[in-house]
Design a binder for this molecule. Structure first.
Ligand code: NAI
Length: 276
């Protein structure tokens, strides 16, 4: 695929980038000239993703990051400064799905979802911003991955939906607070995307006799485009937000869901009873 140099010279951290959407983002960023830090827990998978990128002549390295851990975050920021001398872009992508009725959700389960999906974003911004500030006028770009579930809530998503709503609220505040430092903060809300995070939904569907293929087809029917998303569908909008092309964009909401918000918003919401 062509390299247009849209991120030429930029140093970018992408969390949870050994799989799914994060991997798609990291690979596209690298193709567009960025030096990408694959920030994830699994070292073997990380090495595989880095090899794929460097074999194509592009730049990436792996750093083992647990997004729930503050000293782990300080570690990756120190590593980035030492190795690449600065940080331009942070994509807070890592997250977990969780599917349970509200009354059955335990406090440890609730807190785990909040720690992984919300505290992670807070810690990422808190540790990255002091380094991004050193860029002066060049500034930086932070992209936080929420979910379109914030706009189209469905049953059994109490903890998950709340966590993604918190990501959005936090990001709006961060955009206001960091504008003076030339740091832009934007939010991306994916719809159904074909990644491992949907495995839990497939397992639930199996309990009621539905196959993965049937559920995937339903996910496709839930939006106006008529298919489930792929990681690259999310990677391109995130690329725009990471690049200088989006210099006039901050605090903004990007729902990338094939138009699911519009289709499911109506009275014919066929999926209303189906959990994600
Ligand atoms: P995925 O499961 O492939 O990716 C999530 C990644 O986050 C995994 O690599 C996982 O290991 C990593 N991760 C989880 N906990 C972590 C931790 N403590 N430290 C470091 N890494 C950790 O799934 P996907 O879909 O690529 O998810 C990416 C983001 O997109 C998530 O924030 C998810 O909530 C969001 N999203 C995904 C949707 C979908 O349908 N696939 C829909 C809406 C939002």
């Amino acid at each position: 695929m062509a390299n247009h140099g849209r991120l030429e010279g930029k140093i970018c951290i992408v969390t949870g980038s050994t799989s799914g959407i994060g991997r798609g983002i990291a690979e596209l960023f690298a193709r567009e000239g960025a030096s990408v830090i694959i920030a994830a827990r699994r070292e073997d998978e990380g090495a595989r993703v880095v090899k794929g990128i460097t074999d194509n002549g592009n730049v990436a390295s792996f750093f083992q990051l647990d997004v729930t851990n503050e000293s782990s975050w300080q570690g990756i920021i120190d590593y980035t400064l030492k190795t690449y001398k600065r940080l331009d872009v942070l994509v807070n992508n890592a997250g977990i799905g969780f599917l349970k009725p509200i009354v059955e959700t335990t406090i440890p389960e609730w807190r785990n979802v909040m720690a992984t999906n919300v505290e992670s974003v807070f810690l990422g911004v808190k540790t990255a911003v002091p380094v991004m500030k050193l860029n002066g006028k060049r500034g930086g770009s932070i992209i936080n991955i929420s979910s379109n579930i914030v706009y189209v809530p469905s049953a059994m998503n109490g903890a998950y939906c709340t966590s993604k709503g918190a990501v959005a609220a936090f990001s709006h505040v961060a955009a206001v607070e960091l504008a003076k430092d030339n740091i832009r903060v934007n939010i991306v809300y994916p719809g159904f995307v074909n990644t491992a995070i949907l495995d839990v939904a497939y397992q639930k569907a199996a309990e009621t006799g539905r196959t993965k293929e049937e559920l995937m087809a339903m996910f496709g029917e839930s939006n106006l485009v008529g298919r489930i998303g792929e990681p690259i569908d999310l990677a391109y909008p995130v690329l725009f937000l990471a690049s200088d092309e989006s210099g006039f964009v901050t605090g903004s909401d990007f729902v990338i869901d094939g138009g699911e918000v519009w289709k499911r918003g109506g009275a014919d919401d066929a999926l209303a009873k189906d959990a994600r």
